[in-house]
Design a protein around this ligand. Structure first.
Ligand code: C2O
Length: 580
């Protein structure tokens, strides 16, 4: 048998050659496969003098960075070593036709059970910037979260000044007790859950809390440089203001889409959002140290964690070790008032798509389907012969979309859909408009708080152009909601206060360069309109990213049918897809 005539030998050689090239000269390879193993493990962590066995990935808190370039394939083998069921979500990753890897438990997959594993397999397409990954079951994301860094393709540059360094800054929320106990108690009593004990910057609460000065994030910088800060809000329940004293930030990207750069001293970032900012350090060593701080924006009636996390921006002067930090004056940033709704509206209106020829804003200009969804709080009845601690002692807190409080099924929607076993799992009659219209942002009518329950979905044909108006309600208090859509980016074409006016408001829509995101705050006592093209077949979760509202039912799911083209079909389920 001659070498040259053996096809399998020839292809083996080619494969081996390709492998060696990829190994020796990675820059010659257009896109790569990035492999990760995430062990879900217990990990003892001490914060605020409380030691807790937290749930972690690879015993890191926050979890490991997932780094890829645009175009790369990512494989994450998740091994569950804890007693809870778990699933991970790659928040904001489009998951084109790969819905099996999206991650929300009981929506796209059954959770991974103890001692089981599952490999998430997806390709990063048309996205660059920062996203986050997090657990997507109950409140496990309280400690199971980390950054996703998407670099531009090799030989592509940023549409802004090349940063000297890039630093993820991930904001979180720390509980001295097990967050699972907090939410399960709240769901049982019907009361609002206990609030967190601290906010954190990269897992560290910082010096403004008792017993915490050692646990302070320090951003050590050199003068005269440009740093790219990859800001992420991984907090469970709080929209956060963020600022660095005496430094202006330039916003350049949001939710892994470039935006028109703008300067600001203060950032507002809602849970699930990511924002890349450039920080230009002072030209010379300043005789000062600067704090960066984050604390909540809150408009609701309930209690909330009204504390402030802080870290240091410190200029390092290695040549002058006699320059002790503690003798320098310390500057603190000024953040807006807790309920600074007008600041938030002005700030969010500054975000515009870059909309360049290279990075166009493909805003759907015509709309096939329009939906009006109310989002807000409500109640469910307390079980008979018990006393609850909801708004009254006969009710529990709930939340809904179009008055439907979504119940999670006991098997995954995507599996039920794919195997045509929807019977008894979900229905397709989610209301396209409020069933009983009322003055949403005025005084709510009597007996308007009671929500209905169901696992209702909405079905869209492939490539339907969709417009959704999310109308906040004032039932039990007007609150803002950080609405997140899985599987798509949407364009925020308009927002306003009061009730949406279907005659007047569309005239003011921005269809040229609206911001493109996956998560957006519905203004407290207002509305937001967004558009997206349903070009991704599968089952896609949409919910409030304030976990307390998600737990109360502020969630729903879209089903996008397959298209007829070759890349318009949901892939087959992977062999290791977890079973319920
Ligand atoms: Cu980041 Cu469904 O969530």
């Amino acid at each position: 048998m001659g070498f040259t005539t053996n096809p399998s030998f020839a292809s083996m050689t080619a494969l081996l050659f390709g492998f060696c090239v990829a190994l020796l000269f990675p820059e010659l390879v257009a896109s790569r496969t990035r492999q990760y193993t995430f062990h879900i493990e217990y990990h003892n962590v001490t914060r605020l003098c409380h030691t807790r066995s937290i749930l972690s990935v690879n015993r890191q808190f926050p979890g490991p960075r997932l780094i890829a370039r645009e175009g790369d394939r990512v494989l994450v083998n998740v091994v569950n070593h804890i007693s809870n069921n778990v699933s991970l979500h790659w928040h904001g990753v489009r998951q084109l036709t790969s819905g099996w890897s999206d991650g929300p438990a009981y929506i796209t997959q059954c959770p991974i059970q103890t001692n089981q594993s599952y490999t998430y397999n997806f390709t990063i397409t048309g996205q660059r910037g920062t996203l986050l990954w997090h657990a997507h079951i109950s409140w496990l994301r309280a400690t199971i979260y980390g950054p996703i860094v998407i670099l531009p393709r090799r030989n592509e540059s940023y549409p802004f000044e090349k940063p000297y360094k890039e630093i993820p800054i991930i904001l979180g929320e720390w509980f001295n007790v097990d967050p699972e106990a907090v939410i399960s108690q709240a769901l049982q009593t019907g009361a609002g859950p206990n609030v967190s004990d601290a906010y954190t910057i990269n897992g560290l609460p910082g010096p403004l809390y008792n017993c915490s000065s050692e646990d302070t994030f320090r951003l050590k910088v050199k003068p005269g440089k440009t740093y790219l800060l990859r800001l992420i809000n991984a907090a469970l329940n709080d929209e956060l203001f963020f600022s660095i004293a005496n430094h202006t930030l330039t916003v350049v990207e949001a939710d892994a889409v470039y935006v028109k750069p703008f300067d600001t001293d203060i950032i507002l970032i809602t849970p699930g959002q990511t924002t890349n900012v450039l920080l230009k350090t002072k030209p010379n060593f300043p005789n000062a140290t600067y704090l960066m701080t984050a604390r909540p924006y809150f408009t609701g009636r309930g209690t909330f964690d009204n504390s402030t996390t802080a870290g240091f921006l410190q200029y390092n002067q290695p040549s002058h070790p006699q320059y002790p930090l503690k003798n320098l004056p310390l500057f603190k940033p000024t953040l807006p008032a807790i309920n600074a709704t007008n600041f938030v509206a002005n700030f969010t209106n500054k975000f515009k798509s870059l909309a360049s020829s290279k990075y166009p804003a493909n805003v759907p200009q015509k709309v096939d389907k329009k939906f009006l969804f109310t989002v807000g709080l409500g109640t469910t009845p307390c079980p008979s012969n018990t006393t609850c601690q909801g708004p009254t002692n006969t009710t529990k807190f709930a939340a809904s979309v179009n008055n439907v409080s979504f119940s999670l099924p006991s098997t995954a929607l995507l599996q039920a859909y794919y195997f045509k076993q929807s019977n008894g799992v979900y229905t397709t009659d989610f209301p396209t408009n409020p069933t009983r219209p009322f003055n949403y942002t005025g005084t709510p009518p009597n007996n308007s708080t009671l929500v209905s329950n169901g696992t209702k979905t909405l079905v869209l044909n492939f490539n339907t152009s969709v417009e959704v108006v999310l109308q906040g309600t004032s039932i039990l208090g007007a609150e803002s909601h950080s609405l997140h859509l899985h599987g798509f980016n949407f364009f925020v074409v308009g927002q306003g206060f009061g009730n949406y006016d279907p005659i007047k408001d569309p005239a003011k829509f921005n269809l040229v360069d609206p911001v493109e995101r996956n998560t957006f705050g519905v203004p407290a006592g207002g509305w937001v309109a967004f558009r997206f093209l349903a070009d991704n077949p599968g089952v896609w979760f949409m919910h409030c990213h304030l976990d307390v509202h998600t737990s109360w039912g502020l969630k729903m799911a879209w089903i996008v049918l397959d298209g007829t083209g070759p890349n318009q079909k949901l892939q087959q389920p992977p062999f290791d897809l977890p079973q319920c």
